[in-house]
Write a protein that binds this ligand. Structure first.
Ligand SMILES: Nc1ncnc2c1ncn2[C@@H]1O[C@H](COP(=O)(O)OP(=O)(O)OP(=O)(O)O)[C@@H](O)[C@H]1O
Ligand SMILES: [Mg+2]
Length: 246
């Protein structure tokens, strides 16, 4: 199976707000797919549809060959174990320390012992380059650390795919670089595919195997980075304007 997800004519409205008007998209095993699109075009909505946090009005969402468009809430749990979602803004539980935040998905989804959970938590923190911060609360962390802890939590269940919702927004260029490298490392070392929603061009350049551009409720462009650079779509061009073409 080369496709993890396949979306066919997916439509989603909120009352009169027709956000997604017919999304056709493949998410391939092994790839990093970057999704660009203006604010409010429905990028986060699209990610949430993939793991059943919200449901489509019509169309089909196929996960590993199975139609998951309309399942009962509980039937999405095994999918969420295999597909991690990094919320826009990082979203750790404020009332829990770092250890508890990371242990949470393991307590939810597995029957592992406490020592085994602790070992996994430490391993996940090591993978994102953090150490000895288990006892800190989210309010003690910098923005960049917070994103890395959120990434550690996303990989702790050893997912096949990570959905990143603006993983570098608001970070300085050096921390952005660190996160970009981590996204690539997840792919190369842990064999995790990614969908990365972003506005950051360095992230596009460093992380994208393919690029999808969401505009007016449809995928207005999909292709390689090179093809995206050559696109005549005016809004997509705006992202690449001013950049040297090499
Ligand atoms: N649960 C909801 N109820 C009603 N409207 C919603 C809901 N979720 C999203 N929307 C609306 O859907 C539209 C798309 O929202 P979404 O969060 O997907 O945008 P986005 O492309 O991620 O934007 P940004 O780049 O600013 O994060 C917006 O108009 C938003 O208000
Ligand atoms: Mg969003």
């Amino acid at each position: 199976m080369t496709h993890i997800f396949k979306l066919q004519q997916v439509v989603k409205s909120f009352g009169p707000n027709h956000v997604l008007r017919g999304i056709d998209l493949d998410i391939r095993r092994g790839e990093n797919l970057v999704v660009l699109g203006g604010s409010g075009t429905g990028k986060s909505v699209m990610l949430k549809l993939l793991i059943g946090l919200i449901q489509a009005d019509s169309g089909q969402i196929i996960f590993e060959g199975q139609d998951i468009t309309h399942l009962a809430e509980r039937a999405y749990y095994p999918i969420r174990k295999r597909v991690s979602y990094l919320f826009q803004g990082g979203a750790l539980f404020d009332s829990m320390n770092v250890y508890q935040n990371l242990a949470y998905p393991l307590k939810e989804h597995t029957d592992m012992s406490s020592p085994a959970i602790l070992a996994k938590v430490q391993d996940a923190l090591t993978k994102v380059g953090l150490k000895d911060i288990e006892h800190l609360s989210p309010s003690d962390l910098s923005g960049g650390m917070m994103k890395r802890v959120a990434l550690a939590r996303a990989i702790i269940n050893e997912p096949e795919l990570i959905l990143y919702d603006e993983p570098t927004t608001g970070l300085d260029p050096i921390t952005t670089h660190t996160i970009n490298e981590l996204i690539r490392k997840m792919q190369s070392d842990l064999n995790i595919s990614s969908v990365i929603v972003t506005h950051d061009m360095p992230t596009v350049h460093r992380c994208a195997d393919r690029l999808a551009f969401l505009d007016k409720g449809v995928i207005a462009f999909i292709g390689s980075l090179e093809e995206a650079r050559l696109s005549t779509h005016p809004k997509l061009r705006a992202y690449f304007e001013g950049e040297a073409i090499d």
